[in-house]
Design a protein around this ligand. Sequence first.
Ligand code: SF4
Ligand code: SF4
Length: 430
Amino acid sequence: MSEKKKIILFGASDSGKDAYQRLKDKYDIVVFFDNNGAKQGEKFCDVPVVAPIPPQHFDAEFIVITSHQWKDIYEQLNRSLNIGDEKIRIGHALLEKSKLIRDITILQVDEADNGKINTDKFEIYWLLGYQCNYTCSYCFYKMKEKNVFKVSDDQLRNATNNIASLHNKKIKVDLVGGEPTIFPYYQQLIWDLEKLPNVEMIQTETNLSRSLKYFEELFSQTVNIEKLTFSASYHFEFAKQDEFIEKILLFNRYNVRIGITFMAHPDKLQEVKRFIDTCSIYETKSVAFQLAVVLDMGMPDPRYKKSDLEWINSVNDIFRKNSNKSDSGVCIKYQKDGGNIHEIKISPRRAIADGFNDFRNMQCMAGMDSIRINEKGDVFPAMCFWESSKDDFCRGKNIFNKDEQLYFDSPVICPFSCCLVPSDVRIKKR
Ligand code: SF4
Ligand code: SF4
């Protein structure tokens, strides 16, 4: 007999399939719920699909809502079927907090400290591929496909030329993975991009696992090193502490800005505490630290005790004070119960966690001041459209094509009930 907890997934669709892939090893997925009568009675991912009924019929612990339309489904389960909150999980939102702000109408979203749409600004979020040299136990990406998309010199040249021909003067390129530095063309891409006058900043999200020599080579051959910035994560299951510190010192020597997120693995908190103490003396103007909670289904991993989470918050308060940074990133104007208009400045992650991410029916500037590029080079207005029909949203654009126009010329009406990706939350909406 299986010892895994039995659960139900709501939504026999692409996002349901994605949730199935992520959860099938950990849980026994007994059934899919779906409101679509045509799907009921069929199988999805080899699991029966049925109309929603109380979960006790299947001896299941809880139901996971996998769809973007989670609010409507939550109402259906909670109100119509009388299923309690403790039996409902929403992948990316904290249910309690979301319920508190159910009556809020979002009026405008913008980058903090910048009231107007700035046509000079353009952000390119570029996923080089899902491959990574680590296999962290909490990693979402490890479930994704492992096929490597090969990029030729010509394709790389086309990509650089396409970015060069964007009229915007302040382009920020985010290179992400998997682990972007393991792709053979990563260094060349950096050296091509940093020479473009319209590229203002190139940020790499990395686990900093490449050798000291690799980064030394990268920095020593970069002409405009002030354009480089790194967002690194430290993973206690794989990273080596001494080597990591040597790399921090190298970044310091070259004056390259780096933000380091220590993933506070719930089973390794003593080690986390010791290493943070060791590292704190390396905090400088160009090196900033933060601690991150490991999430399970969008919520803090259940292995944390309340005091662990309080400790993580208190350490982050200190880090924030040291780096002189406020918890900002996105500015949201909202109205509660049709009353006064409020304004908050918070980080995109916080906006998601607190449920301030319902942008349904708003005009989203996705595609006009930011684009997302997938591992094959396809260009989308935002990450939220990756799983949707490619032709509708990508319009055949690919960064590796010759003479491709990368931007989209009209805003998108947000079709979803919540915006789930922090970098997408930052895209302007009104
Ligand atoms: S380093 Fe990041 S991308 Fe790689 S396995 Fe760990 S969490 Fe995933
Ligand atoms: S979900 Fe997509 S369309 Fe909607 S606000 Fe987010 S980025 Fe824009």
